[in-house]
Design a protein. Structure first.
Length: 397
């Protein structure tokens, strides 16, 4: 019997493999994967930065824990955005003509903004937009400077990508998670005795921060205040707040929390209480600007057909919650001041700004035509008016 000789399939040589796996090809593939990750991974990140980064920045710069967390978060987010420019420079490194630098320095910011636009569901607010554009531009510039020095460029890619990926996986630290659990359990146990409506809102606020003061031991009041805000964020805001923290807490049946949210009001409305506490909790877990972006994105979704419409009243509650969170966790001295202020008794008018004249129920078409969209002059005027009213409260100073 004769045998059939199958044609041999040539195997690529090592040189051919190296050609196929050239640095530009690897960088281009990595860029696609990185952009995809930035588009779909949850943002905001829990607490913004891992504890090792917060501790390192605090020791090197002599910053308080909240200030060090803010700085470390900015550095790690900057690494994630700047990585786009580094990879784009690598992907175009074989392109030696003069348009290459232009393509990198213009393309990196555009890609970064597009990725964040997809992730947020709307364009970032102005300060974040400037941050994204500047950092992506600097990343592209670094990639262009080092693209002929393969060892240095590879090291930059490894360090930048490693830092960004490490920072993206953070979650609420164990001590905060434990304090969050204990505070929420304490507040929930007392919740059955509080009245309905606005009075119940104020009573639960007092209970949570009295517990925080008892656990401040006369010194560090920041972590207990964070735990108080997160506890109220889950109890009166939304259970999904815990997902942002990367850890959930055990509080029995969800139906009990739903009943509590139904009877607690702020400014006579249950939805404003939920807006207030979700925004406050997100400001603790991420930062002030990121919490504001989430609130704006939620209002934009509400403006689509079938939604309740864009509401500047809701935005006032969002900003009021953020203000409490920032004041209560800025530093140790500020944290104690908020505890003392709340212990002396506050009214709704000390917490929530005047809502008169703030439009709501605005559909997307009207928001664009009448207010100019999110970036329109009338929208910005109303948001600034909300800021002015909140600043005039002065209840935490």
């Amino acid at each position: 019997m004769s045998t059939v000789q199958l044609p041999s399939i040539p195997r690529p040589s090592s040189a051919e493999w190296r050609g196929r796996l050239s640095w530009p090809a690897i960088a281009a593939l990595a860029l696609v994967l990185w952009l995809g990750m930035l588009c779909v991974l949850p943002d905001p990140r829990p607490l913004g930065a891992p504890e090792w980064a917060v501790g390192l920045v605090g020791r090197l710069a002599g910053l308080s824990e909240p200030a060090a967390r803010f700085a470390a978060t900015g550095l790690l987010r900057g690494a994630g955005v700047g990585f786009i420019g580094v990879l784009l420079a690598g992907a175009l490194s074989s392109w030696r003509s003069w348009p290459a630098p232009v393509a990198v320095l213009a393309g990196a910011p555009l890609l970064a903004v597009a990725a964040k636009r997809i992730n947020f569901g709307t364009l970032p607010i102005w300060p974040q937009l400037v941050f994204i554009v500047v950092v992506a531009f600097l990343g592209g510039l670094a990639g262009l400077v080092l693209r002929r020095h393969w060892g240095a460029l590879a090291a930059l890619v490894a360090v930048t990508g490693g830092l960004a990926a490490w920072g993206a996986g953070t979650r609420a630290p164990a001590d905060l998670h434990a304090a969050w659990q204990e505070t929420a359990s304490h507040v929930l146990a007392a919740a059955a005795e509080v009245p309905d409506g606005d009075e119940g809102f104020l009573r639960l606020l007092e209970i949570a921060f009295a517990y925080a003061a008892d656990n401040s031991h006369g010194t560090d009041a920041v972590l207990p205040n964070q735990a108080a805000i997160l506890a109220l964020g889950k109890l009166l805001g939304d259970d999904n707040v815990a997902r942002v923290g990367g850890r959930d807490i055990e509080l029995g049946e969800r139906a009990e929390r739903d009943r509590l949210r139904e009877r607690i009001r702020l400014g006579g409305r249950g939805d404003l209480s939920r807006h207030f506490w979700v925004s406050a909790a997100l400001a603790v877990l991420t930062d002030e600007q990121r919490s504001l972006v989430v609130g704006l994105s939620k209002e934009l979704m509400d403006s689509t057909p079938g939604g309740s419409g864009f509401s500047f009243v809701d935005m006032a509650a969002n900003k009021a919650g953020i203000r409490l969170a920032v004041a209560a966790t800025r530093d140790v001295a500020a944290a104690h001041r908020v505890q003392d202020r709340l212990a002396s008794g506050v009214a709704v008018a000390d917490i929530l700004p005047e809502l008169t004249g703030l439009p709501e129920g605005i559909p997307r078409g009207e928001l664009q035509a009448r207010f100019g969209g999110l970036g329109g002059a009338e929208t910005q005027r109303l948001l600034e008016e909300i800021n002015r009213r909140i600043a005039a409260l002065g209840s935490y100073e």
